[in-house]
Structures are given as C-alpha cells and as structure tokens.
Write a protein that binds this ligand. Sequence first.
Ligand SMILES: Cc1cc2nc3c(=O)[nH]c(=O)nc-3n(C[C@H](O)[C@H](O)[C@H](O)COP(=O)(O)OP(=O)(O)OC[C@H]3O[C@@H](n4cnc5c(N)ncnc54)[C@H](O)[C@@H]3O)c2cc1C
Length: 158
Amino acid sequence: MTALAARLRSLARELPAGELRLDEANRAAHAGDKWFARHEPDAVALPRTPASVARILRFAHTHRIPVTPRGAGHGYVGGCVPVQGGIALSLARLRRIKEIHTGDFVAVVQPGVPTQALQDAVEAKGLFYPPDPASRADSTIGGTSPPTLADRAASSTA
Ligand SMILES: Cc1cc2nc3c(=O)[nH]c(=O)nc-3n(C[C@H](O)[C@H](O)[C@H](O)COP(=O)(O)OP(=O)(O)OC[C@H]3O[C@@H](n4cnc5c(N)ncnc54)[C@H](O)[C@@H]3O)c2cc1C
C-alpha cells in the first residue's frame, strides 16, 4: 500500500461511515464532468456536515493532499476534474437552504443546493434568483458561483 493510500484509509476511519470512498466505482464516477477530460481521484469525499468538510480540508492541508471541490459535476470546462489526483470533494450532500432574508435579499445556503431549489424557494417569497442555466435542476450553488478564495486555496494544495 502506498503512503497516500494509508493516509486516506486513516482519514476514512476519522469520518462518519461512508463519507470517504476509496473504491474504484466511486473514483471513476467522480473523475470527470460533462466534458471529455477525466482523471481519477485517489478518494472521493461525500461529507454530510460542514464539520466533516473542515476535517477533510484540515487533514488534506496537513498531509499536502490535493483537493478538488465539485457540485453536480455538470460543468463543461473540466473545472471539477481532479487533475492532481488526491481527493474529489463532493459538496452534493450539503443541500440545506438555511435562511432567506427578504428585507436585504440575502440567502444563506449550503453549497450543494440545486440552483432550481433556490430559485423556487425565493420565488415562494416573492423574490427572483437570476442565474438560470439550462442545468438548473442539477447544477449547484457552489458549482455555479464565481471562483472563490476557497476554490483557489483548494486547487493550490497540489
Ligand atoms: C445540460 C446542461 C446545460 C447547461 N446549461 C448551461 C447554461 O445555460 N449556462 C451556463 O452558463 N452553463 C450551463 N451548463 C454548464 C453548467 O451548468 C455550469 O458549469 C454549472 O456551473 C455547473 O454546476 P455544478 O454544480 O455541476 O458544478 P461542477 O461542474 O461540479 O463544478 C464547477 C466548478 O465549481 C467548483 N466548485 C463546485 N462546488 C464548489 C464549492 N462548493 N466551492 C468551491 N468551488 C466549487 C468546481 O471545482 C469547478 O471548478 C450546462 C451544463 C449541462 C450539463
């Protein structure tokens, strides 16, 4: 077993069951997006809570393991392809709309909320969320937002 594989197994033991997958089927399923580029990660993280996300990122930072975040994997430019290997970090299980403030037009949501779910939720309150890709039923808020510092930081762990 390689040193990286041993480290990833120890991370899997630190996380709730099923939140870090090392099997070939999951690695293949998280290797690409809707474009043709593919590169298999060494592990797929499927955290259910922000606490797990923090634990994964802390571990990856400590051990210098690359992390590539992904939402629905519906992009066409290879952004979520884990070209450095390491961990594909799927935020798709974090799907809570936490707050919608009608007074100041601010919504607080988790990154895996589908675009359409936020559109529908604000519409029910008489508001409008303008980003409207044809992939709205699947694409996520995290995946449709402009690159963030977190995005760049995650990419630069390589
Ligand atoms: C059928 C179809 C129709 C489409 N129609 C349109 C359209 O009309 N207009 C349009 O502009 N695009 C369209 N697209 C492209 C796609 O909708 C966008 O690229 C969308 O942003 C992908 O969202 P996603 O959740 O799948 O993100 P992913 O593809 O998973 O990721 C996109 C990027 O965001 C990063 N990322 C994801 N989550 C996070 C996070 N939580 N934190 C930091 N970074 C993160 C990833 O690393 C990657 O770089 C379409 C795609 C399909 C398949």
